[in-house]
Design a protein around this ligand. Structure first.
Ligand code: PXG
Length: 297
């Protein structure tokens, strides 16, 4: 495997950053998790735009243009001969001294691209659905650091995920400081009631998920379903007909048990199944081609 760091490709064993990189010392940096399906990168422009916005929010000047990052990302996939892949794009603050001051990072920020084979979740995940718990860890408030920034600070999410695993569940729901549902540790959340879809709005304190946006579009345009972004509590989840989570890794997967409550009888519901299938077909037939130019008429 070859890893891109600041303009050069390195073998996996030699792909290293300095111990003085503020990404390591302070989690000072931003990232994206991106997927390629069948030779095409899914919603690359949206991921690059979110990266740019995250970077801007933390005064991180990305040392490459988005066009150059796109080229490097596609080249990473080609050099590793990948068609279906998971891509981790990271921009760290770069090398500084042992102080918090970002001005001490004299060297440019570092751009890292890791393109790896995708580790698919087991099929039972999709057939049976997931169990979720509500985490004791709350989503941070937007006045601390906006949850819309995909930064290298994932410790709250990691701790919440560990809480889920200890409880025998797969994902954890983070409530915001007002007690409303925000999102899961690496996924956004939806529920279905009387044929309508509901998901927390961005102001609930969520990452504006690329999969979430695609699912909202597909639900409205392809499946002709109504989708409402609104604040809700776990109570509405417990009494929902169906619930599911969305994310780059998981795509669309049913949540069938939440805090011990069975959702929709404890099996994936018809709308979730239809959305999972519609999303998978869409993801496998759209996106930026890795190996050939798009013919423009
Ligand atoms: N919320 C949070 C907190 C996330 O980290 C999502 C929602 C879903 O967003 P997307 O844009 O992926 O639909 C995420 C995304 C991993 C991994 O390695 C995690 C994410 C993405 C890719 C891989 O666990 N989180």
């Amino acid at each position: 495997m070859k890893v891109f760091i600041d303009g050069k490709f390195h073998e996996k064993e030699d792909a290293k950053v300095s111990v003085f990189d503020h990404g390591l010392l302070y989690g000072d940096g931003v990232f994206e998790g991106i997927r390629a399906y069948n030779g095409r990168v899914f919603r690359l422009d949206e991921h690059l735009k979110r990266l740019e916005e995250s970077a801007k929010a933390i005064f991180l000047s990305v040392p490459m243009s988005l066009k150059k990052i796109e080229e490097a990302l596609l080249e990473s996939l080609r050099i590793n001969e990948l068609k279906d892949a998971y891509i981790r794009l990271v921009v760290t603050r770069g090398i500084g001294d042992l102080g918090l001051d970002m001005r001490k990072c004299k060297k440019n920020a570092s751009v890292i691209i890791i393109a790896d084979k995708i580790e698919l979740y087991p099929p039972s995940f999709y057939e049976k659905g997931l169990e979720l718990i509500t985490s004791s860890i709350r989503q941070r408030t937007p006045d601390q650091l906006s949850p819309a920034i995909k930064s290298l600070n994932y410790l709250p999410n990691i701790m919440a995920r560990a809480e889920a695993v200890r409880a025998g569940a797969q994902e954890a729901i983070l409530l915001n400081q007002q007690g409303y549902v925000s999102e899961c540790t690496g996924d956004n959340i939806f529920y279905v009631s009387s044929g309508r879809l509901y998901t927390p709005p961005v102001y609930a304190g969520i990452l504006n998920g690329v999969t979430r946006s695609a699912v909202i579009e597909l639900a409205r345009n392809s499946l002709k379903l109504e989708v409402e972004e609104k604040l809700f509590t776990v109570h509405e989840l417990y009494r929902a007909d169906e619930a599911f989570v969305t994310g780059t890794g998981a795509e669309v997967v049913a949540a069938v048990k939440i805090d011990g409550h069975l959702i929709g009888g404890g099996v994936p519901g018809p709308i979730t199944k239809k959305l999972t299938q519609t999303f998978q077909e869409y993801a496998r037939s759209s996106g930026t081609p890795i190996y050939e130019e798009v013919k423009v008429r």
